[in-house]
Design a protein around this ligand. Structure first.
Ligand code: PLP
Length: 425
């Protein structure tokens, strides 16, 4: 598409946008009486207007039924998590029994590593991307230590080449081949949180399997943002959070995926609790853990219904729109944002000041997020944007992450952002 940096053009795109009406289903934050331009759906997605009703339903059923709500609530709590299997499977490209929602993200990452990072003296390495999200780094470090290995030897980090911002795909594959028989597991973010780079999960998984290693992904920045086909790609395991692109509220419940071949393997080592026990014997309170043959086997506790109600409100919206339409608009939004930033950059005559887009320019290698290094600028640029009502994310010393999301951002948001950015530079 050929874009134009004009209000008319942006409004025209909004008019042609089939899913523009979904913006009205969300609360857009208002600061000083003015609706903000909210570009941080990659950090905390906005609240659906329906969330309050979903949570209220559970509060009312709790008031009405007490413990009996486990069976008599409108959505019986003992099976609450089961309502997510179908719609979540569509979002991540899985079979319904391969997914479950439970706990929080880093907790789930640790639980999955317990099952899928099983180092031996010969095969003990784990590959991840350099500068992974800190929580993932800490989880990997301590999993390696707990297994009795040295993180400096066991963790292999793949970094961008000298002078590059993003990771060369071939370098990941080469590292997997080089580690060979010593590789136990690959665990990479599906979308890098800083650069917005999407990794080729299919070929990474294939390469890992070729050397006999497991392969999993942290999809915190991928779920609800890019096209995922976890089952088809043969991915072993994955986890994600629901509060970023999935709009399910601060600290919202996380999701996991485990390929069905592992769901069928009841001998797989794992941590356990009663909610992972076969349904037939779960309430007999007997000795002997017999895991369910689904991702539910990794559940330990009963469902946190109140945060899951918020998740349900958001997932029902996703299910209604469908990922196909979201992905189509996402591609156009990030393309338009890229165009606007390039256009503004071209007008910056001075050579020591520029806006460098570090997110891949090929739409297949990015999702909503566009990350920019503002050369020659400091945090005052970000502060100016914020004062003007633009909510973005700033990382020291000069990086700005901007994520227009298809559910509630408009092309006009992007045009207005451009005008404000021009003024603030
Ligand atoms: C957001 C994010 C987290 C946050 O973890 P929580 O356990 O939800 O606090 C972890 N890892 C990645 C890659 C993230 O993007």
């Amino acid at each position: 598409m050929t874009y134009e940096n004009s209000l008319e053009f942006a409004l025209q795109l909004d008019q042609q946008d089939e899913i523009a009406g979904y913006r009205n289903k969300f609360h857009i934050p208002v600061i000083d009486g003015k609706e903000t331009i909210y570009f941080t759906g990659n950090s905390l997605g906005l609240q659906p207007k329906s969330t309050i009703d979903y949570i209220n339903t559970e509060l009312q059923d709790w008031a009405k039924w007490g413990v009996e709500g486990h069976f008599h609530a409108k959505n019986p709590w003992f099976a609450y998590h089961e309502m997510f299997a179908e719609p979540i499977a569509k979002i991540v490209g899985a079979q319904p029994r391969e997914v479950v929602v439970m706990n929080n993200l880093t907790v789930n990452l640790n639980l999955l590593l317990v099952s899928f990072y099983r180092p031996t003296k010969e095969r003990y390495k784990i590959i991840c991307e350099a500068k992974a999200f800190p929580s993932d780094q800490y989880a990997l470090e301590m999993q390696v230590k707990n297994a009795g290995f040295n993180p400096d030897e066991a963790i292999v980090e793949i970094a961008p080449r000298e002078g590059n911002r993003t990771i060369h795909h071939n370098d990941i594959i080469t590292a997997i081949k080089e580690a060979g028989d010593s590789l136990a597991c690959v665990m990479i973010g599906g979308v890098n949180y800083f650069t917005g780079q999407v990794f080729d999960m299919k070929s990474i998984t294939t390469a890992a399997h070729e050397v006999g290693a497991n392969c999993g992904f942290d999809l915190a920045h991928a779920a609800g943002n890019i096209k995922l086909q976890l089952h088809e790609w043969n991915v072993d395991f994955a986890c994600w959070c629901s509060y970023k692109y999935l709009n399910s509220g601060p600290g919202g419940v996380s999701g996991i995926y485990v390929h069905e071949r592992h769901c069928d393997n009841t001998d797989l080592p794992r941590f356990a609790g009663w909610w992972g026990q076969e349904k037939e014997t779960r309430f007999l309170m007997e000795k002997g853990f017999k895991p369910m043959k689904s991702a539910e086997a990794w559940q330990m506790s009963n469902a946190p219904v109140l945060t899951m109600a918020a998740h349900k409100a958001a997932i029902d919206i996703f299910d209604e729109v469908g990922m196909v339409k979201l992905l189509e608009k996402q591609k156009q939004l990030s393309g338009y944002l890229e165009f606007i930033i390039d256009d503004i950059n071209a007008s910056l005559a001075s050579s020591d000041k520029s806006l460098e887009i570090i997110t891949p320019r090929d739409w297949k290698e990015r999702g909503c997020q566009v990350s920019v290094i503002a050369h020659g600028y400091g945090k005052d640029l970000f502060d100016k944007l914020t004062t003007e009502g633009v909510i973005t994310d700033w990382r020291e010393p000069n990086a700005i992450r901007i994520a227009p999301v298809p559910l509630y951002n408009s092309f006009n948001d992007i045009f207005r952002f451009g005008e404000i950015l021009k003024k603030s530079l």
